[in-house]
Design a protein around this ligand. Structure first.
Ligand SMILES: Nc1ncnc2c1ncn2[C@@H]1O[C@H](COP(=O)(O)OP(=O)(O)O)[C@@H](O)[C@H]1O
Ligand SMILES: [Mg+2]
Length: 240
């Protein structure tokens, strides 16, 4: 489903060169629940942006459902993004001036669905996260946890191939954060492919598989219940 082959993202040049991604090889299969973890600056967001077709690599290949998207231009890339990917962000990224329903409908509008289809799919997604009663409310009238549910509904509405969640619990209290995580686990058990980005080991453990980044390289890739999965290189001293 997702295949990164010898992938590099390099910023700057000469003395100022930063290898945000430094030779990444990663395959994520359909139905997997993977957490990408690592300390601040390790390359998580860069990786998420490339997997999410929000950015392209400096070199290497990214194959998404058999399509090489690594050299695509913006318009094709946004089309792929719209069809295949659902995003959940730390700050929910809801639009304040429009209703909950309209927020969830927005990606469906970009995808070219009719008004009736948009409403049907959006209401279904809101029901899925248990928040259909708030459809006519505005984001500011909802709690943080409710807003994150709306953003999950928005991610789900288009029936994406992959759900990408970047620190989805980062702005929530621990109880609400746990609810959101449980929800992601539920979506996984229903067959959805989920890639979760987090710097928090206790959250990462909820995924089945952990990929740990350090300085743009993968230093662990395996089951989340392996003790090595939650130990960073500098803590273990293994990688100096
Ligand atoms: N647009 C950019 N220009 C220059 N350097 C960048 C840019 N974006 C990220 N970086 C650098 O790339 C590295 C990885 O960043 P990032 O992917 O944001 O890490 P993380 O999300 O794990 O904190 C960092 O050293 C960061 O400073
Ligand atoms: Mg980041």
């Amino acid at each position: 489903m997702i295949e990164l082959r010898n992938l590099y993202k390099i910023y700057g040049s000469g003395e100022n060169e930063v290898r945000a991604l430094d030779g990444i090889n990663l395959t994520i299969n359909k139905g997997e629940f993977v957490a990408i973890v690592g300390q601040s600056g390790s390359g998580k967001s860069t990786c998420m942006n490339i997997i999410g077709c929000l950015d392209v690599p400096t070199s290497g290949q990214y194959i998404l459902e058999g399509i090489d998207v690594s050299t695509m231009h913006d318009d094709r890339l946004s089309e792929i993004r719209n069809k295949k990917l659902g995003f959940i962000f730390q700050q929910y990224n809801l639009i304040q001036g429009i209703s909950i329903l309209e927020n969830v409908e927005l990606p469906l509008l970009y995808a070219g669905l009719s008004k009736a289809e948009r409403k049907e799919k959006a209401m279904k997604a809101l029901a899925r996260v248990g928040i259909q009663a708030k459809a006519k409310n505005f984001p500011s009238q909802l709690s943080g946890g409710q807003q994150q549910r709306v953003s999950i509904a928005r991610a789900l509405a288009g029936n994406p191939s992959v759900i990408l969640a970047d620190e989805p619990t980062g702005a929530l209290d621990s109880k609400t954060g746990k609810e959101v995580l449980r929800f992601l686990q539920e979506l996984h058990s229903e067959g959805n492919t989920i890639v979760l980005i987090t710097h928090d080991n206790s959250i990462a453990r909820k995924a089945k598989r952990i990929v740990r980044l350090s300085d743009g390289k993968i230093i662990y890739d395996g089951p989340s219940d392996d003790p090595n999965a939650v130990v960073s290189a500098d803590e273990s001293g293994v990688n100096g």
